[in-house]
Design a protein around this ligand. Structure first.
Ligand code: NAD
Ligand code: NAG
Ligand code: NAG
Ligand code: NAG
Length: 246
């Protein structure tokens, strides 16, 4: 129960890594706000885990208005802002550079990079105003930021951006006792990866020393560690959880 008494918000909580993270944080004693653009999916997460531990919230991370409403809703319901913020909302719109549309570029940018920025800024501000100590912000980047897959220019660029924003946020928020870290998952078995062509998946598995996709829970366990005070000396880092894939 390393997270007993703590309040967490997880974005992208209606699916995949976000949903598994809600489950693991709740298991470790946290109360969890499961936030997703898809409210039904977030409600399903809360129902699966137990509504005593998890409440669902509709949230579009790409909208400043929606994020500020989420901050207000958290404070209204729990009398304090969350001290744990996990940014797991993310999308892909893959395509080769020469064919990539402006819309697919913008959509991925808005959710993955701008969304992480808005979440971090608004929730860190609330933590500081409410004197929440030992805050922990965890951004989900991707190993794709480092292996630069053809066909994923928009996605990879946002995920590389998440790493630099994380490093800077760690420096800027340090004096308020907030640690900021990023996780770089490899290929994890979630709905996001279901749309990846079989040929690409086979290639990834060949290059992955562990020879299999990861499970969402295997990312969630590392997130729970970073959220806890067991990770009190982990700050400004980018941790690969990839089964050895480089
Ligand atoms: N699955 C992988 O292999 C993998 C690898 C590396 C990184 N990641 C990253 O991990 C994170 C989670 O991925 P996943 O595999 O669980 O994906 P997923 O598609 O299973 O779930 C993503 C969730 O985010 C929600 N979402 C999308 N846009 C949103 C918005 N604007 N506001 C709020 N919620 C929104 C979706 O409704 C969905 O429930 C993403 O940031 C993704 O880029 C995934
Ligand atoms: C913050 O963490 C320190 C140890 O890292 C602990 O002593 C302190 O009680 C914690 N504060 C709060 C408010 O949880
Ligand atoms: C990652 O985390 C920090 C702290 O929350 C935040 O300021 C930064 O903007 C984040 N977002 C991105 C895109 O990395
Ligand atoms: C985290 O590390 C940065 C340097 O990267 C530092 O400026 C900041 O104060 C540290 N945060 C905490 C909580 O000590």
């Amino acid at each position: 129960m390393v997270l007993l008494g703590k309040l967490a918000i997880v974005t992208g909580a209606g699916s995949g890594i976000g949903r598994a993270t809600c489950r693991v944080l709740a298991r470790d004693g946290a109360r969890v706000i499961a936030a997703d653009r898809n409210l039904r999916a977030a409600e399903q997460t809360a129902k699966d885990i137990g509504i005593d531990h998890v409440v669902a919230l509709e949230l579009d991370v790409a909208s400043l208005e929606s994020v500020t409403k989420a901050v207000a809703a958290s404070i209204a319901q729990f009398k304090q802002p969350p001290s744990i913020v996990v940014n797991s909302a993310g999308i892909t719109r893959d395509g080769y550079l020469l064919k990539l549309t402006e819309k697919d570029y913008d959509d991925v940018y808005k959710v993955n990079l701008k969304g992480t920025f808005l979440m971090a800024q608004q929730f860190a501000r609330a933590m500081i105003e409410h004197h929440v100590r030992n805050g922990s912000i965890i951004n989900i980047s991707s190993i794709v930021a480092r292996i630069s897959n053809p066909g994923q220019a928009n996605y990879a660029a946002t995920k590389a951006g998440v790493i630099s924003l994380t490093e800077i946020a760690a420096k800027e928020f340090g004096k308020f006792g907030i640690r900021v870290n990023a996780i770089l998952p490899g290929f994890i078995n979630t709905p996001m990866v279901e749309v990846v062509p079989d040929k690409v998946k086979e290639d990834v598995l060949r290059r992955c020393p562990m020879g299999r996709l990861g499970r969402p829970e295997e990312i969630a366990e590392v997130i729970a560690f970073l959220a806890s005070e067991k990770a009190s000396y982990v700050n400004g880092s980018a941790i690969e959880v990839t089964g050895g894939l480089k």
